[in-house]
Write a protein that binds this ligand. Structure first.
Ligand SMILES: *[C@@H]1O[C@H](CO)[C@@H](O)[C@H](O)[C@H]1NC(C)=O
Ligand SMILES: *[C@@H]1O[C@H](CO)[C@@H](O)[C@H](O)[C@H]1NC(C)=O
Ligand SMILES: *[C@@H]1O[C@H](CO)[C@@H](O)[C@H](O)[C@H]1NC(C)=O
Ligand SMILES: *[C@@H]1O[C@H](CO)[C@@H](O)[C@H](O)[C@H]1NC(C)=O
Ligand SMILES: *[C@@H]1O[C@H](CO)[C@@H](O)[C@H](O)[C@H]1NC(C)=O
Length: 708
């Protein structure tokens, strides 16, 4: 097997993953899911309902491994009846030719093709109509359209003069310079995978569809702008509401975001500041359907990006602010108004799932509308119907209708089971993961707290077998995040199970969806409580599942999960006979240099309670680098050049530590990926190398392998 793999590498070919594992038993077996299968499955975006709720736009991207081309298909879903779904395939194109889709009337959609806006009626097959051209260089995006006023708003970039017309000129001046040096006087010189262009900022613009299109910079002269990231906003027929990071605070050290309300058409009045009180990050600003109220999600602590979000509403006429979910120990996201503008829907993580909720009144508690799997988008169609995207660990997202009943107290409950509208991945995934057994597994962790994990038993798992299966022990990043019963093309637990691994994915201390105290308890404790939880989970798993082979266990993680892998290599004795292999993707090797090189400096300042200058002991206490002389476990290190969150030095460093100590190790390096591996062929290579590493150290025993 190893020889065959080496040969295929020399020949430059990547065997499909499904050929890597061969099982002893020969009962009828399900075909395994390989990385290419997963990556070529259709990827539907959140559906966009028409103003009358009769149709929805559904954009679906499909990647073809043979020619490495992604094709975008624009579908119209008919929502009028409960009859089995009917779709119109409007057109197929390159993804850059149709983005930012929206409805300009009940029967006509619009989309951005490069920097041109086109419209297209959904009924009669006619050519798209050119609507307008955005000025060159402004990177217009985030389009929002008010059907009643005809105003189109967008986020865009401008230089210091605030004009959209001069952007191309100043871009040319800059690119005409002979040197490439950039000068910065403050932090936040880059974010995620994008560098700041000194002098160029993000603003909000408006225009009208029709003749004589003029582009107006609605923030010019207000002092409100964003350095690197587009400004989030919403549009009603009369106002724009923006949420923007406080311009007077250093952006790398703060998360504080403020909401401003700007009347359309009134050039004299300055934006009203709706959030002068102390608080942290704010997002999700949304007008009610009547335009008379705003809703947003607000955190209390500046500098803490994983604080509990609270739903807040603002009444434009009474100027009163109301807090809705202070008494609820979950963190809402994706806030959406009910059609009557009187109650709210949102999503929230709960015990390894993302569920839709309805909240009828600030004094009530939210009612869950579903109990399983994960909802990734929610839109209202009528007072009693929601349009949802739902996925699970074994099925990519599909679109569903949920019919609701309203009780006398205003709360809503599902009237009938979900009504499926699409089956996009039917021919790609369905049937490939059917045999996987998925279980929720709870155990006692640090200080006897209850810890939840997901267990996914391997493809063709058989009961009554002892020490049969190798273990993939998956550790999530964040650390404030969670393994959910949802679909992902990065770190897909079901794919590991389909490749023959018994999988455990633990949500240890710091995870989200178990109450704010559980999330907060990781602060200043990175290698403490979560590590104890993982150790306890490992031993509980082996005690409860004798089919897991304790001699063939591997741990894998990215980001904070990669931090934990580096920590585990210095503390592997806590896991009995220990992991036999480790995989560290974009991890933290040295907490000190991580602080000095990351862009969101507020994150380590919050999590490790200070900087290494004033809190050095905490950084040293939880520093994986301080235990590097204990490292003996074979480790694969993966890192990428465009990772500005945890810079690539955090990947070269553990590789050096492993190599100079003679520990079996390998480096996988991507010059063109960020903190995530997104390009499909790079993802295929990622999976190939991860499974090759696992196979080498904990995979099937060599005598059981068939050499290709
Ligand atoms: C669709 O089915 C639901 C649940 O049975 C029902 O309440 C609703 O009225 C139906 N809608 C139509 C348009 O038939
Ligand atoms: C996008 O614009 C290009 C160039 O004008 C054109 O050839 C192409 O057909 C357009 N695509 C769509 C989907 O409108
Ligand atoms: C869309 O249809 C609804 C219901 O028929 C109607 O009230 C509304 O005015 C229409 N909107 C537009 C923009 O045509
Ligand atoms: C932006 O505002 C400045 C003054 O603050 C003014 O000089 C300039 O003309 C304005 N630009 C645009 C495009 O409105
Ligand atoms: C959630 O799914 C599990 C497994 O499919 C099922 O046993 C359980 O009844 C579901 N729970 C709810 C509340 O629907």
């Amino acid at each position: 097997m190893r020889a065959a793999l080496v040969l295929s590498l020399l020949l430059g070919t990547l065997p499909v993953l499904s050929q890597h594992h061969h099982h002893h038993h020969d009962e009828k077996t399900e075909k395994p899911l390989g990385a290419e299968d997963m990556l070529s499955a259709p990827r539907p975006q959140a559906p966009i309902p028409s103003p009358d709720g009769h149709n929805a736009i559904n954009v679906v991207d499909r990647w073809s491994p043979t020619d490495d081309i992604t094709t975008r298909s624009v579908y119209i879903l008919s929502l009028k009846s409960n009859a089995s779904s009917s779709h119109i395939d409007l057109f197929d194109c390159h993804p850059s030719e149709a983005s930012e889709l929206f409805w300009i009337s009940n029967g006509t959609i619009a989309y951005l093709n490069g920097s041109s806006l086109y419209s297209l009626p959904i009924e009669n097959k006619v050519k798209p109509k050119f609507e307008l051209e955005f000025p060159a260089g402004i990177n217009a995006g985030g389009l929002k359209y008010s059907v009643s006023s005809g105003v189109l708003a967008f986020s865009a970039q401008v230089w210091a003069d605030g004009s959209f017309d001069t952007v191309a000129h100043f871009d040319d001046v800059q690119s005409g310079q002979r040197d490439t040096g950039r000068v910065f006087d403050e932090l936040y010189v880059r974010h995620w995978d994008i560098w700041r262009t000194p002098g160029k900022v993000w603003t909000i613009g408006t225009t009208k569809l029709g003749k004589d299109t003029q582009f107006k910079n609605v923030l010019n002269g207000t002092g409100l702008y964003s350095q690197i990231d587009p400004i989030e906003f919403d549009l009603s027929s009369t106002h724009i509401a923006i949420s923007v990071k406080a311009p007077h605070l250093p952006p790398a050290q703060h998360t504080r975001t403020d909401i401003y309300l700007i009347p359309l058409g009134d050039t004299k009045s300055s934006p009203s500041h709706l959030t002068p009180h102390a608080h942290g990050a704010i997002g999700g600003v949304t007008f009610s359907p009547k335009g008379d109220k705003l809703a947003w999600l607000e955190m209390a602590k500046d500098g803490y990006e994983s604080d509990k979000r609270v739903a807040v509403t603002y009444d434009l006429s009474s100027k009163r602010t109301t807090r809705w979910t202070d008494g609820w120990d979950r963190s809402p996201s994706d806030i959406t108004w009910a059609l009557g503008s009187d109650s709210l829907y949102f999503l929230a993580e709960h015990h390894g799932r993302i569920l839709p909720y309805h909240l009828s009144h600030p004094d009530h508690l939210p009612t869950p509308l579903l109990f399983n799997h994960s909802t990734s988008s929610l839109a209202t169609l009528t007072r009693h119907t929601l349009l949802l995207s739902i996925s699970s660990m074994t099925s990519p997202a599909d679109i569903f209708l949920l019919h609701l009943d309203q009780k006398d107290d205003g709360d809503k409950l599902p009237r009938s089971p979900l009504h499926r509208l699409t089956s996009w991945s039917k021919d790609y995934i369905d049937g490939r993961l059917d045999s996987l057994v998925i279980e929720e597994f709870w155990f006692k962790g640090a200080e006897d707290w209850d810890i939840m994990s997901w267990i996914i038993k391997p493809r063709n798992w058989q009961p009554d077998q002892i020490s049969k299966y190798p273990l993939a022990f998956l550790i999530h990043g964040g650390p404030q995040g969670a393994w959910e019963d949802s679909w992902s093309t990065r770190w897909n637990p079901a794919l590991f199970a389909s490749q023959g691994y018994f999988v455990i994915a633990i949500n240890p201390t710091g995870s989200t969806g178990y109450g704010q105290e559980f999330t907060d308890r990781i602060q200043s404790n990175w290698g403490g409580r979560p590590f104890k939880d993982l150790v306890a989970g490992y031993h509980s798993l082996l005690a409860c599942y004798p089919e897991v082979d304790p001699q063939r266990t591997a741990a894998l993680g990215a980001s904070y999960g990669g931090y934990m892998i580096n920590w585990i290599n210095g503390h592997n004795d806590a896991f009995g006979s220990g992991f036999k292999a480790l995989v560290c993707h974009d991890g933290i090797f040295d907490t000190l240099t991580m602080f000095y090189t990351t862009e969101e400096v507020y994150f380590p300042i919050h999590d490790l309670v200070g900087t290494p200058i004033d809190a050095r002991a905490t950084y040293e206490r939880w520093n994986p680098m301080n235990h590097v002389s204990e490292w003996t476990t074979p480790q694969l290190v993966i890192h990428s050049a465009l990772d500005y969150r945890l810079v690539d030095g955090q990947g070269f460093a553990p590789f050096t530590a492993l190599q100079v100590q003679g520990v079996p190790s390998r480096l996988l390096w991507f010059p063109d990926e960020n903190h995530w591996v997104l390009k499909p062929h790079n993802s295929v290579r990622w999976h190939y190398e991860v499974f090759r590493w696992l196979d080498e150290w904990v995979g099937e025993k060599p005598d059981a392998l068939v050499i290709q």
